[in-house]
Design a protein around this ligand. Structure first.
Ligand code: FAD
Length: 317
């Protein structure tokens, strides 16, 4: 079932989660262990992130350094198929532009359709650590909108080979990313909004937001979207703080602010246990306010921390 159909038919705010594939070499059991405790809240869907290759330098005999490509967290598509099979719940693989040619993207999408996966989150992806800005693969997409257009084309039976006759149309429901605090590369919210609208006009069906800790920013974002003729569902993404290191890491990695009231509370915490308590309390309050405002779904970035997600879900759903 398409995510948009879930959202449409829901009589109350839905619960959904995002998980990361395990590190290479780890068993899929770690994924089941993180999902099992959350199944009682009936997630409408489970997003699975995609992690592209990274380059590291390995020291070789004689002291020279060899540049080696590694993928630390492969398995996105396999995990989605396994989740759908085991739990009978929608799994949404994240599909990114980075590292893919158009043809590789087309083939990956064909695999998804054969597996019965017809929901995807279409993203550009970030630059790899060794590059200062995003560089597309030769023959790959530069922006998420180009990926959205390719998927929309396939939904209309248009594949890359223009001589292909009677190609079976795919049936993807497409989510895209939105940024209540704007994407860090965008010069301003207006510009970011313009490209967000372009992605929706190109065929995206719904938006999932970057994490935020201040609901006012989300409400303003939704209002601005509506004023800019963006009328697809907007799903808020929420993260529960669990460690002191996140006070620096989250703003740095995700380009988001921690509200001053929250920061003051976090600074008083002596250890990660105390941070977790504040994190859960803050997220419960955020969730309840969003639920009261009738958001269609609350989406939690679990990042392997199902214990705190469970605590929040117990209070909210
Ligand atoms: P785009 O929509 O392409 O936007 C990128 C920037 O370019 C923005 O500043 C935008 O304003 C601008 N822009 C867009 N189109 C144009 C255009 N045509 N011309 C000029 N400027 C333009 N990353 C991963 O690698 N794997 C994941 O699994 C993953 N999951 C995510 C899930 C969510 C919900 C979110 C919010 C992000 C996720 N990311 C993931 C991170 C994401 O890939 C990065 O934030 C990336 O930098 C931007 O992706 P995007 O799809 O928003 O890009």
């Amino acid at each position: 079932m398409k995510i948009t159909e879930h959202l449409k038919s829901a009589k109350k705010t839905l619960f959904s989660i995002e998980i990361l594939p395990p590190l290479k070499g780890k068993s899929i059991q770690s994924i089941y262990d993180s999902i099992d405790p959350l199944m009682e809240f009936k997630p409408a869907f489970v997003d699975v992130t995609y992690h592209r290759e990274e380059y590291i330098y390995k020291k070789r005999e004689g002291g020279y350094l060899e540049k080696v490509s590694i993928r630390k967290r492969p398995g996105t598509v396999g995990i989605c198929a396994a989740i759908m099979n085991k739990y009978d719940v929608e799994a949404v693989p994240h599909i990114i532009c980075g590292g893919f040619t158009r043809e590789e993207t087309e083939n990956a999408l064909i695999d998804l359709q054969f597996l019965g996966i017809d929901n995807v989150l279409a993203l550009r992806g970030d630059s790899i650590k060794t590059e200062s800005q995003f560089v597309p693969e030769p023959g790959g997409h530069h922006y998420a909108i180009d990926l959205v257009k390719q998927i929309k084309g396939m939904n209309n039976g248009v594949y890359l080979d223009d001589e292909m006759k009677d190609a079976t149309p795919t049936n993807f429901c497409m989510g895209i990313a939105g940024y209540p605090e704007k994407h860090f590369e965008a010069p301003n919210l207006y510009s970011d909004m313009k490209w967000l609208k372009a992605k929706v006009d190109a065929g995206a069906d719904y938006i999932v937001t970057q994490m935020f800790f201040d609901n006012k920013k989300f409400f303003y974002f939704v209002e601005t979207c509506r004023q800019n003729d963006i009328h697809v569902p907007i799903i808020p993404g929420l993260k529960i703080l669990t460690s002191k290191s996140q006070l620096i890491a989250l703003p740095k990695i995700f380009h988001i602010d921690l509200p001053q009231d929250l920061f003051v509370e976090l600074e008083k915490c002596k250890d990660d246990k105390a941070i977790k308590e504040v994190g859960v309390e803050w997220c419960v309050a955020q969730s309840k306010e969003l639920k009261k405002a009738d958001v269609s779904c609350l989406h939690y970035y679990t990042m392997g921390t199902s214990d705190v997600t469970r605590r929040v879900a117990k209070e909210v759903f």
